[in-house]
Write a protein that binds this ligand. Sequence first.
Ligand code: GLU
Length: 407
Amino acid sequence: MMQRFDEAARLMGLEESVMNVLKVPAKAVAVNLPITMDDGSIRVFEGFRVVHSTLLGPSKGGVRYSMDVNEDEVRALAAWMTWKCAVVNIPYGGAKGGIKCDPRNMSQGELERLTRAYTLSMSEIFGPDTDIPAPDMGTGQQEMAWIVDEYSKIKNQNTWAVVTGKPLILGGSLGRVEATGRGVMVSCRSAMAKLGMNPTESSCVVQGFGNVGSISAKLISMLGVKIVGISDVSGGYHNPDGINVEEAMAFVKNSASRSLEGYTGGRKISNAELLTLPCDILVPAAMEDQITLENASDIKARLIVEGANGPTTAEADPILQEKGIMVVPDILANAGGVTVSYFEWVQNRLGYYWTEERVNRRADRVMKQAFDSVHGTAQKFNTTMRLAAYIVALDKVAATFNIRGKF
Ligand code: GLU
């Protein structure tokens, strides 16, 4: 995050003093949460919430449950949210939260107690006008329902707008579940048009088969693109004749392990092999640091659309650029999720709910405009789509900082 930030700031001539302000988070909170486990023992979980910036509006960003969570990671992810919201032009700052835990090996009861304890400890940070969490890796609608319920009890009033990505019956928005994948598809479609690629003659590999990966794969395949590789924690699956994405999604839903383990719709390969398969489009939608100095030169795709946050390391960027691969960066490509989070928050505050068609139409428009603005900036500065996205974001956040004034 810092490397790209520095590079973009230099390229656009951002003042050093403003750079120093935007480099560091506005607030970082770390808590230790004692939770009673089902066996009666008490375990202490580390939790974080980092508010990177509230210059453009209340801070916004997901809460991640994973054993990899640490304060540094949350700080980078929080800053990415600031840039992401600025790129798609929604009135939010950036934040991120996380709890170091292994949600796959915890019961519903344990997860509920942990989520409620986290909400209580963050109740002075969270708020519809201050900081609005959402789902991220390892969390979904159920965790958001617990957050809204716990927060509403603490504040003694139903406060739907304190969190987004909620279940529909608790003030969620139609289209929110699919929103990130849909934005990835729209970005992919825009990039293909710029590169003169014909969808029906193109193939695509998608890394990760969670909410973002599976829905991106499904919607990209609906453009006519052949999905030739997918993967998840169980490994990769390659089928040059095309994978039936809906069938794979149904397989995961019905499998005991909730993964692709045992899936026979493709030849089993490793996750490392998956990234370098012959294909036209690569969608990394799993986690950070997947495309690296080691494997970047072996990538065959000519277009990369980043569904995950930070899937490409800063060292890999110049290699991809040298190879002439277009990279639609995370802070643009996966911004469809937070865009529809914004629509959910707007609907909660209006008390008036939109049709799915309206949500999708408006989200598609936001994504298309953001893509065009970043593409135009890339041409103007003769740089990559990644640095252009940072320039668009930094320009907006820095201008807001300057006009708001300081102490
Ligand atoms: N966790 C998602 C992201 O990284 C969504 C955040 C949100 O909707 O606030 O963009």
